[in-house]
Design a protein around this ligand. Structure first.
Ligand code: G
Ligand code: G
Ligand code: NA
Ligand code: MN
Length: 254
């Protein structure tokens, strides 16, 4: 069992690390963004998945502290990449609903952006549909504010949860990430194709960028390209990578 104290100690001991999974624009061949995914390198138990410890961080409230570390680390990394000549590279960070609910969420993000000196446009926040079951009006206000400051907002895992097409219009989203369940074997399943086409159509109408998650095969990619989905992410291109390997990935494609 993992306890809050274990997480607190792990943070103090620097055992967390962000990995980065490239998002590829298949029209231009360019990688302009990467999603940050946290990893815990435990000295005895090896790599522990966020699927195991993020829920504990959420239930205990420690996600507020950990989330700040994640955002600060991502922003610092954006700054470092800029210093190395990668000027318009953005990083997408996963945000738990309980972080968004926290009273100081927006101020904290703006503080970190100012401290690190990055352009707000280079930070993207990935939210899942669970944000819609919380205090909707206050969430909307915060997202509108952050969006006005230039920060990009993505709706993650679209299609799996409480999603309603209605929310797409009401919230200031820039990107819609189609959940990997729908992408898996999309070239083979008619029912998935019908759904994904309608999601792409809606996103187009609302001026949202579409990102396909979990692309694993050449045939999935071919179907997505035929259906005007230009930004893709998944094992077909790359697993999430430690920062040094992300840099190698980027320079090998430049
Ligand atoms: O690679 P993967 O095993 O990274 O992630 C498993 C789950 O953990 C996913 O649902 C992912 O969104 C979540 N996750 C990964 N990194 C973070 C993070 O930094 N913050 C939050 N809130 N969730 C994360
Ligand atoms: O919930 P979210 O979409 O943030 O989680 C992303 C999760 O998906 C992470 O666990 C990440 O490692 C995983 N992932 C990324 N690309 C692929 C892929 O191509 N296939 C599968 N099965 N999982 C993937
Ligand atoms: Na995500
Ligand atoms: Mn997702």
């Amino acid at each position: 069992v993992i306890l809050e104290t274990d997480l607190r100690q792990a943070l103090e001991r620097n055992e967390f690390q962000l990995y980065y999974q490239p998002q590829v624009n298949v029209q231009t061949g360019k990688v302009v963004c990467a999603e940050a995914l946290i990893r815990w390198q435990h000295p005895e138990h090896g790599m522990i998945s966020p699927a195991e410890f993020i829920p504990i961080a959420e239930e205990s409230g420690f996600i507020i502290t950990l989330g700040e570390w994640i955002i600060r680390t991502a922003c610092t990394q954006i700054k470092t990449l800029q210093a190395e000549g990668l000027n318009n590279f953005s990083i997408a960070v996963n945000i738990s609903a309980c972080q968004l609910i926290n009273k100081n969420f927006s101020e904290k993000i703006i503080d970190i952006i100012n401290e690190t000196g990055i352009a707000p446009e280079l930070l993207e926040l990935e939210l899942t549909e669970t944000v819609f079951i919380q205090d909707i009006e206050s969430v909307k206000q915060k997202l509108n504010y952050l969006s006005q400051q230039g920060i990009k907002i993505s709706i993650d895992d679209f299609g799996t949860g409480y999603s309603s097409f209605k929310y797409l219009q009401e919230f200031p989203f820039h990107n819609l990430k189609i959940d990997r369940y729908f992408i898996s074997n999309i070239d083979k399943f008619k029912n998935k194709q019908v759904l994904v086409k309608s999601i792409i159509q809606t996103a187009d109408n609302l001026n949202l960028n579409i990102i396909a998650e979990g692309v694993e095969t050449k045939n999935e990619l071919a179907w997505l390209m035929r259906n005007n989905c230009d930004i893709v992410q998944g094992y077909f291109f790359s697993h999430p990578l430690p920062i040094e390997e992300l840099k190698e990935f980027l320079s090998s494609r430049a």
